[in-house]
Design a protein around this ligand. Structure first.
Ligand code: ZN
Length: 148
C-alpha cells in the first residue's frame, strides 16, 4: 500500500526509530510486514513497549520475536476532532488499544483501518495491517489493525 492510499491523510509527522536504536528491530520487521514484540531470553516473558531490560527479571537479554496467538480489541476511541491541522477535514477515525493475550497480555496502539463509523466491540479479533510509506524520506511502514 502506498502513501496515496494511507488510512490518514499525508502531512502527519512520520515515526522514526528511537535515536538509541532501541526499537529499530520493530520498524525493520514492520517494513517486512512482520509484527514483532519484545521477549526476554531469560524468563521468556513478553513486554511492550521496548526497554533495554526485562521488566520482570531485569535481564538485559531481550530480543524481538513474532508474538503468538490472536490480537483482540482491549479498548478503542473514535476521534472526531482534528488533533493535527491535516486532519481538519478528515474524521472520524478509530484508534485501538490491542491486546495479545497469549503474549502475556501486552498491548499495542494503532489505528483500526476500514469504515471509521463501524461498531467496535471489545474482544473483537484483529490482525496487523501494514501500511508502507516508501516514498517518504526516510521510508517507513506503519502497523495498523483491521478486523480478522
Ligand atoms: Zn525476563
Amino acid at each position: 500500500m502506498s502513501t496515496s492510499s494511507s488510512y490518514l491523510p499525508p502531512g502527519l509527522p512520520a515515526p522514526v526509530p528511537a535515536r538509541d536504536g532501541l526499537d529499530a528491530p520493530y520498524w525493520e520487521a514492520a517494513s517486512q510486514h512482520r509484527l514483532v514484540a519484545q521477549r526476554c531470553r531469560s524468563c521468556r516473558r513478553w513486554q511492550w513497549g521496548p526497554e533495554w531490560l526485562c521488566h520482570r527479571c531485569h535481564s538485559f537479554e531481550v530480543a524481538f520475536e513474532a508474538p503468538p496467538g490472536p490480537a483482540v480489541i482491549y479498548s478503542w476511541e473514535r476521534p472526531w476532532h482534528p488533533v493535527h491541522p491535516v486532519l481538519a477535514t478528515h474524521g472520524p477515525y478509530i484508534v485501538a488499544l490491542v491486546e495479545l493475550p497469549e503474549a502475556d497480555g501486552i498491548r499495542m496502539v494503532g489505528n483500526l483501518v476500514g469504515d471509521p463509523t463501524v461498531a467496535v466491540s471489545v474482544g473483537a479479533e484483529v490482525v496487523p495491517h501494514f501500511e508502507d510509506h516508501l516514498d517518504d524520506d526516510p521510508p517507513f511502514t506503519l502497523v495498523h489493525w483491521r478486523f480478522a
